[in-house]
Design a protein around this ligand. Structure first.
Ligand code: GLU
Ligand code: MG
Length: 480
């Protein structure tokens, strides 16, 4: 972005030639809707220049799509009328290693006159990044991707499960009980056994990401059955959001090539540890980390301190962005490292906001982690809204409360109250209520985007209002 249209078209021509040489036939243009679903239009590689120039059509109604593909409406959006244009960001055009013949680019959404669509989440993320930059703040962000892998459904079997232990055949078409999900690995949490069981698969995930220019920091088994995690290098906020989209779709594609299926859904099995999508962030000014201020408490320069305090203060409303599904709230249970209390702590994995100090001699070691968010969230909305909350913290000079050590979940109600530790919203309804009233988020998102997000949250609540936990998990675990 940032190039004049003629230069972009020339860039597209050159890239088309490169794609041809690489055997790429199609380019997938993605954007993420308010329900956190990555939606796509694909074009033949030769149409790339046209897509840059004219965009590719897509209805604005997707702004009010829910995670089950139902359609709701807001004051500004809904209905069959209108058209938007998806414009690929050529700087992120990536040949896909696990989908031969395919390339990918994230898209920004404009109207037919070439004006930014008011509800474009990716441009919102960029606007917030630029607002921080105008205040001299350079943010680096990265998402932690957790996923659960199962065996792909075998079409010869009546449904997607292993046979029951008693050898009987499950009834055709019945919903698989979660206990019958077919995991390709059985090793313990964080166990080498699990890594050995799936070593070809994990190698292929790492290789594909690396070939696509995404640098892997770590890849390892996680806690829950069939669960893994990958972390990648941080970058500017829009890049971080693009990266997490690319990481997920790459894992999905590698999984398919191994006869496996990946899910990033917050709750795979109700009552068990879920998939988080924690956000890591650090603040910098003129190339120096604001987490390394000499003599400052926790090394936090005043702007980093107030930024993090602003994020912590707005977390109840931010949950409607970062934990957008009723399934998110099945995951958000105490003592599961999911950060369900509105508190922060130094290296405290039960605090919603974990401050990571790093080695004292590492100039880039300091950063913070918001643990509460999951992968049902639109990552562009996450980075933009977190920046908005942080900048609001700087404007108001919000101080951080005292840090917490230990697990607030094991304290009694009275002790938590004495320490002023509050539980974050425990339902989507509560989070959406807080979001509805959040002036900083309303102002940052604008009424069109804020209204669309709220409409989608209300529709998700209503859809699952009568559902039991396991029904919600079963209905949503295949959606992200
Ligand atoms: N799976 C946990 C979650 O739901 C996170 C574990 C970790 O700290 O990485 O967020
Ligand atoms: Mg993890």
């Amino acid at each position: 972005m940032g190039l004049r249209p003629a230069e972009q078209r020339e860039q597209a021509r050159q890239l088309t030639a490169r794609l041809g040489a690489e055997g790429v036939l199609n380019v997938a243009l993605t954007w993420v809707d308010n329900a956190g679903i990555t939606r796509v239009k694909a074009i033949p590689a030769q149409r790339l220049e046209n897509a840059v120039h004219r965009g590719v059509g897509m209805s604005p109604v997707f702004d009010v799509f829910t995670s089950d593909d139902a359609i709701t409406e807001s004051a500004h959006l809904g209905g069959p009328d209108g058209d938007l244009r998806l414009h690929p960001d050529l700087d992120r055009l990536t040949t896909l290693a696990a989908q031969p013949g395919w390339a990918w680019a994230p898209a920004d959404r404009y109207d037919q006159l070439g004006l930014p669509h008011l509800a474009c989440q990716r441009q919102f993320a960029r606007r917030m990044t630029e607002k921080a930059a105008a205040a001299g703040l350079d943010l680096r962000m990265g998402f932690e991707t957790e996923w659960v892998v199962t065996r792909a459904p075998d079409p010869r079997r009546p449904h997607h499960t292993t046979a029951p232990d008693d050898g009987s055949t499950p009834a055709a078409g019945s919903t698989p009980a979660a206990g019958l999900l077919d995991y390709p690995c059985t090793g313990p949490a964080y166990g080498m056994t699990r890594l050995v069981e799936l070593s070809d698969y994990l190698r292929d995930v790492t290789e594909a990401l690396t070939l696509q220019g995404v640098d892997v920091l770590q890849i390892h088994p996680e806690y829950a059955q069939g669960q893994f995690e990958v972390t990648t290098t941080p970058g500017d906020p829009v890049r971080a959001a693009d990266d997490v989209v690319l990481v997920r779709e790459t894992i999905r594609a590698v999984s398919a090539r191994h006869g496996l299926r990946a899910t990033f859904a917050p709750t795979v099995v109700a009552g068990q540890v879920g998939n988080g999508c924690h956000l890591h962030l650090s603040l910098h000014r003129e190339g120096s980390s604001l987490h390394r201020a000499a003599g400052a408490e926790w090394g936090l320069a005043p702007d980093a301190h107030a930024f993090l305090a602003g994020v912590l203060a707005d977390l109840p409303a931010l949950l409607a962005i970062g934990c957008p599904s009723p399934a998110s709230y099945l995951r958000l249970q105490p003592s599961r490292w999911a950060g369900v209390y509105q508190c922060w702590g130094v290296e405290n994995r039960e605090a919603a906001l974990r401050l990571i100090t790093g080695a004292p001699d590492d100039p880039d070691g300091g950063h913070a982690e918001v643990k509460t968010f999951d992968a049902a969230a639109n990552p562009y909305l996450v980075v933009g809204s977190v920046i908005a909350a942080g900048l609001h913290g700087i404007e108001t000079g919000t101080p951080l409360p005292a840090p917490e050590t230990g697990d607030p979940g094991v304290l009694g109600v009275r002790e938590r109250a004495r320490r002023g530790i509050v539980r974050l919203p425990a339902t989507l309804t509560e989070a959406a209520d807080r979001f509805e009233k959040s002036a900083p988020l309303h102002e940052a998102l604008g009424k069109v985007l804020h209204g669309a997000i709220l409409a989608v949250r209300r529709a998700e609540e209503e859809h699952f209002a009568e559902s039991e936990a396991e029904e919600i998990a079963a209905a949503t675990r295949g959606r992200w």
